[in-house]
Structure formats: C-alpha cells, structure tokens
Ligand binder design. Structure first.
Ligand SMILES: Cc1ncc(COP(=O)(O)O)c(C=O)c1O
Length: 352
C-alpha cells in the first residue's frame, strides 16, 4: 500500500485558505507596529505581553530541534499534545464518514477527540499481555480508517508496545500512524523520532507535561513529515502557544541536565515503589512500567481508592477499564510521597 497524503486529507482541508495573521504577513523588525490592533500603550505587566506571540514558535522549535535531533520543519507545537490529537483528527477524518483505530485500554483523549469531531472509532483491544492484536487490527482496518493511534509507553498499562509490531503497521498501512510517546523519557526503548525519514505516514507525539515537569504550560509536540506539519499549521489557531509559555519553555529547555536528573530519580523511585508495594498482601500484581506510573492490581480497588482519599492521597481508579480489573494507577511521586502511599496501603484493613 502506498501512502498518498492528498488522498487522506479531508476535501475542505485541502482547499482551506489558512488565516493570515498580522505576524504572518510581516515578520521583520520595525519601530512602530500598528498592524494587529494590539494595545501600543503596553500592559499591566512589565513584559511585552501587549504583543501577539510568534505564531510558529520558531525560537522554541530551534531549541527543540537541537535537543530532539529533528529539523524544525518537522516539528509542530500544540497547546498540549491534546491539541495535536484534535488537529490530526480535523485534518484527516471526515465527520460521520471516517474512522480512527484505537487499542484500549489506552489514553482517553483519542476517543473523546473523535467523539467531539463526530469521527467513528474502531476499537481493537490489546492482548492480555497489553500488546497489539495484529490480526484483529488488520481485520478492523477499512477504507475509511484514516488514523491508527498507538500509545507507547501506553497509558494506563505503562508498558511499551513491541517495536516490531509498530513497524509492521507503519510499513503496511497507508493511513496515518500516530505514536504517542508522552512517556518516552521514562522508557528503556528509543523514540521513533529518528525514523521519520523512513515513514511518510508517521506522526510522533511527545509532551513537556511529563518528564519536563511543565504540565501547566500546555506544550505538546508533533513530529512528522514536512507536508503533514504544514497541514497541521494550516489548521491550528494562529497563536496557539501563548507568549508566557513560549518564554518559559525556552528557559526550561536550557535545563536538559536537570531534567535528565529528575528522569533518573523518577525511574529509580518507580522501581523502589514497585518493590515496596509488592511486599503488601493486598497488592496482587504490579505491571512492568516504562512510564512514570504503575498499574497496580489490588484486592479491592474501589475500597482502597476511597480509603486512600480519606488519607489525602489521590490515585486513579482504573478498575472499570477494559483489561484493568482490580487496578489502581499510581503516579510515581517524590520519595516522601511514595513512602506515604506505601505506608497507607500497608495499614489498610479491608472491612470484611
Ligand atoms: C498518553 C498521553 N498522551 C497525551 C497526554 C496529554 O498530554 P498534554 O499534557 O501534552 O496534553 C497524556 C496525559 O496524561 C497522556 O497520558
């Protein structure tokens, strides 16, 4: 099957004339800017927040390009990777006609974004080992399947999907393959970002919300071919990453060393947390994790969830999610937070 971007795009997106902002039409230096109906008097803040930000976030992308080893033409920034998911859906999926394929249990926004955009959903559950069910995926794909979302490491299961399986899909499916790598920095396996040149249908999502500790700034990344990135830029709202986020992101991107230290610490804490939890009789199973959380099977998840809440500890009850019966999802915290959750669970007395 050959990949043809033009064939995949929605007709209205192919024809779309994108909004041309003041900052798109004039990019240079000038002494007087009277082109964007901004407030030339300034702002209540000391910074230049009276001006619209760079619509294409070039400085941030230049820095990301050097960190990720991906040219800036292959980078799109979204208001969180959630915006990237939505933009992809709007680029490729004709409402009421096309479908996406997801492999539950997985990140919930693929389904919500599809529902918002009136896009049909084909669900092919993971196997009990939380891997892709390849024959069932092949069976489920039809002519209207525009995007396959693969989350690796997967939320909420924590494991990475088999690379060979992902490659089989990339090589044989002619639609868009999105690999959501939100948790890749915590994984033993390498990112697909260096494979972009080999796969014109590949879109990789990453985020600054996890390893970088910048969830509040709302900065998500999509890496893809130049053609796909151009389409995404056409669709996004003109100033989707605000000035404060761009400035703070640039500042944070100088601190790769500090972030790598945090990642090492979180991974070490993940292993300690798993080991400690396993000594507790009410904990039945800890699933292997390549992420910054653990999927933990316990004897009575709902009661334990409520008990932890009473202790002021909030975890995520995933027990009603497909293939996750009995499971709580626990984010790896600081050493003190991990000790407190372990001690609380140790002291839990189920009412019989
Ligand atoms: C797999 C996955 N993708 C994307 C996101 C959303 O990331 P962002 O904060 O960049 O919107 C999350 C958040 O939990 C996630 O688990």
């Amino acid at each position: 099957m050959t990949f043809d971007l033009n064939n995949l795009l929605r007709e209205n997106i192919k024809k779309l004339v994108p909004y041309s902002s003041a900052r798109d039409e004039f990019k240079g230096e000038a002494s007087t800017f009277l082109d964007a109906n901004e407030n030339s008097f300034g702002s209540p803040l000391t910074k230049w927040y009276n001006r619209y930000p760079d619509p294409l976030q070039i400085k941030v992308k230049e820095k990301l390009a050097s960190i990720k080893g991906v040219p800036i033409e292959n980078i799109f920034l979204g208001n969180g990777s959630d915006e990237c998911i939505d933009v992809l859906m709007r680029a490729f999926c004709e409402p009421g006609v096309d479908n996406i394929l997801i492999c539950p249990p997985t990140y919930g926004m693929y389904q919500v974004s599809a529902n918002i955009n009136d896009v049909n959903i084909k669900k092919v559950p993971l196997t009990p080992a939380f891997q892709l069910n390849m024959p069932a995926i092949e069976e489920a794909i039809d002519d209207n399947t525009k995007i396959i979302f693969l989350c690796s490491p997967n939320n909420p299961t924590g494991n990475s999907l088999d690379r060979d399986d992902i490659e089989v899909i990339l090589n044989n499916y002619s639609g868009i393959v999105v690999i959501d790598e939100a948790y890749i920095n915590f994984s033993r396996f390498r990112s697909f970002t260096q494979e972009l040149a080999d796969y014109p249908n590949l879109v990789i999502l990453q985020t600054l919300s996890k390893a970088w500790g910048l969830a509040a700034l709302r900065v998500g990344m999509a890496f893809a071919s130049q053609e796909i990135i151009q389409v995404m830029n056409k669709i996004k709202p003109p100033y989707n990453i605000n000035q404060a986020s761009q400035e703070l992101t640039l500042q944070a991107l100088e601190e790769v060393g500090q972030v790598n230290d945090m990642i090492r610490e979180i991974v070490a804490q993940r292993d300690i947390l798993a080991k400690d939890l396993l000594t507790i009789p009410s904990v039945q199973k800890i699933y292997p994790s390549d992420a910054n959380f653990l999927l933990v099977q316990v004897t009575n998840p709902k009661a334990m969830y409520n008990y932890l809440l009473e202790k002021g500890i909030v975890v995520r009850d995933r027990s009603s999610v497909e293939l996750c019966a009995g499971c709580l999802r626990i984010t790896v915290g600081t050493p003190a937070e991990n000790v407190s959750v372990v001690n609380a669970i140790k002291n839990w007395k189920p009412v019989s």
